[in-house]
Design a protein around this ligand. Sequence first.
Ligand SMILES: [Mg+2]
Length: 258
Amino acid sequence: MTPTGDGRDRLGTVVVLFDVDGTLLHGSADTHVRAFADALAAVTGHPDPFVWSDDGITCGGEPLSGRIDNEIVRMCLRSAGLADADAARQAPVMMEGTVAAYRARLAAGDRPGTAVPGVVAVLRELRDRGAVCGLLTGNARQIASAKLSACGLAPFFSLGGFGDEGSRRSELFAGALAEAGALGIDHPMLCYVGDTPLDVVAARDAGVPLVAVATGRFDRLALQHAGAATVLAGYSPAAATCDILVDRARSVAAGGQR
Ligand SMILES: [Mg+2]
């Protein structure tokens, strides 16, 4: 392989997929979680099932960190005591209600979150190098879109895999790859950027190279313990971070370790 120094070479296009909460944005989960509670109340009449603490947010004793929206809907319906068949029937209704509640909360002034320091410079530089940026997020597609539009980051992303389009995170890569294919990127060199142990596990299960960032709730040790070989403390300096992301994407094509 003869790297050109940018995101393109004869092996294909580099596609960097980003998780959203804790990876691109800080403070973005609060409004989102409250929208789940709104939808659960509307669908079942059940009160807010979430417990907030310094260790994170739980539902029915299970942590939400790294869970995708379809999983959180199921956790909510389970906490409301619905039997499996009823929960399966109500899940799409609750997902739709969560999207509507999220939009209503943003319209009422609830906060969408703010960009993690340094990430915008990285997104700009990746774009300048010819790499394509996408999302691989537990957020439902319409919530991710509303969230990133409100934070000014939406224009950087042209494809994605979303949390209302699968039952677990590792399944979402297929959707992102299909969207890359629709853009004419048939054999992308992928790298995933995520902030939770479940992101690390999903990338491993999907066979996608990962760079973990300790920008969310989990520190370097927790991410390494989950199996991340590369953990960044943050995104600065942008050029060095982009070098790592592009090298990681090329590592599989070059025969390196995932
Ligand atoms: Mg996250």
